[in-house]
Design a protein around this ligand. Structure first.
Ligand SMILES: *Cc1c(COP(=O)(O)O)cnc(C)c1O
Length: 405
């Protein structure tokens, strides 16, 4: 299926490369192939363009250009940040994170806990996906090396109060990392005025291509590189730079900064129209995540008694691309670890669909989904194995760390 006839509502999984981004990056695949570390003008010119890209990204984040390290993806940024904090503070053996993080943080924490003997606290969330600030405060210990809490959740769009969290960690002298892969470009930020110490972002969630990301590291923060080798990225991340990707990320950051204020209104209005129509048009449907403390582009809706995968399949036949929770949990019968942490009842959690919009989503896209989803749900409910009216087996509210991927 081509991009022309797909209604793409899976932007939290990945986004279309913006036309201006593609245009900016193309020459770096062909004639502008110089190595920015070379002494000659041909390579040096590429280095200059990279500096401009770094400036655009720093402008979007509200930080200094010397505080940005380009990486290969959001996952690398997350891994680097957490490992750096642990390596730089070897006497500290405790990590604080949440039960609803992306696997890039969660699986690493589980690994560090099981194989390296670190203590990890996994903070819970309430029924609307929000953190308990008191629980966070109580979890902080003398030997807490790092607090790693996402800025916005990829499955529900729920936004955590990172600035407030940063005040708390800073006053205790504890490093704070935030996975802001879903927040960058959607939430205005000025990192120089917050206590955030490290922040991860990813190009392909921001209308740049796959294979490029960045890590913000506050100036003077103790830092230990993950990749060791050459002097690239001020000695903080070795390896010849992905010049094409970095130029693209710079262009994407520039576009995000320009679009952000308007998108906050236009994308939110489209999302709300979609969400309100589906919740009103389908009986026994519910919104997952706090109604207001949420990204403007994300809507996670549960349709009781049916499998999310079945809905996805029928949506796919109609050319609608959405997601049933995170990619790591779909394909298995485990309900999403995020919805489980929120205590969403089993018969709802299985039938959850995430619609995630972008600046390219149109009114016609939303109309098409509104026109088709209620009928799909009705069809599937007729063949659902669940008996309506039977009591819900509650999702297991176990305290073991979630997500098996
Ligand atoms: C997509 C995503 C990541 C991983 O980013 P990649 O660039 O795909 O490695 C990490 N965290 C969140 C919240 C994400 O949505």
């Amino acid at each position: 299926m081509s991009a022309q006839n797909v209604v793409y509502l899976d932007n939290n999984a990945t986004t279309r490369v913006a036309p201006e981004v593609l245009e900016a990056m193309l020459p770096f695949f062909s004639e502008r192939y110089g190595n920015p570390s070379s002494m000659h003008t041909f390579g040096g010119a590429v280095g200059r363009e990279m500096r401009e890209a770094r400036e655009s990204l720093a402008d979007l984040l509200g930080c200094g250009t010397d505080e940005i390290i380009f990486t290969s993806c959001g996952t690398e940024s997350d891994n680097t940040a957490i490992r750096s904090a642990l390596t730089a503070q070897p006497e500290k053996r405790h990590i604080v994170t949440t039960r609803v993080e992306h696997p890039a943080v969660l699986s690493l924490c589980k690994f560090l806990e099981r194989s390296q003997g670190y203590r990890v606290t996994y903070l819970g969330v309430d029924a609307e996906g929000r953190l308990d600030m008191q629980e966070l405060e109580d979890s902080l210990a003398e030997d807490t090396a790092i607090v790693s809490i996402m800025w916005a959740n990829n499955e529900t769009g729920v936004i955590f109060p990172i600035e407030k969290i940063a005040e708390m960690t800073r006053s205790r002298g504890i490093m704070l990392h935030t996975d802001a892969v879903q927040a960058v470009g959607k939430i205005p930020m000025k990192l120089s005025e917050t206590g955030v110490d490290m922040l991860s972002l990813s190009g392909h969630k921001l209308h740049a291509p796959k294979g490029v990301g960045a890590l913000y590291v506050r100036r003077k923060l103790p830092y230990r590189p993950y990749l060791i080798g050459g002097h690239q990225e001020h000695g903080k991340r070795a390896g010849t730079e992905n010049t094409t990707g970095i130029i693209a990320l710079g262009a994407a950051a520039k576009a995000a900064k320009a679009h952000l204020p308007a998108e906050n209104t236009t994308v939110r209005a489209l999302r709300d129209r979609l969400e309100n129509a589906l919740l009103a048009g389908v009986p026994e449907s519910r919104l997952n995540g706090h109604k207001l403390e949420r990204l403007p582009n994300t809507s996670n809706i549960s349709f009781k008694y049916i499998e999310g995968e079945a809905i996805l399949l029928l949506l796919d036949q109609l050319g609608i691309a959405a997601s049933s929770g995170s990619a790591c949990t779909s394909g298995s019968l485990e309900p999403s670890h995020v919805l489980r942490a929120m205590g969403v009842p089993f018969t709802y959690a299985h039938g959850s669909i995430r619609f995630s919009l972008s600046r390219y989503t149109t009114d016609a896209d939303v109309d098409y989904v509104i026109d088709n989803v209620p009928r799909i749900i009705e069809t599937l409910r007729k063949i659902s194995p669940y008996k309506q009216g039977v009591a819900d087996p509650l999702s297991p509210l176990d305290s073991k760390p979630p997500c098996g991927c």
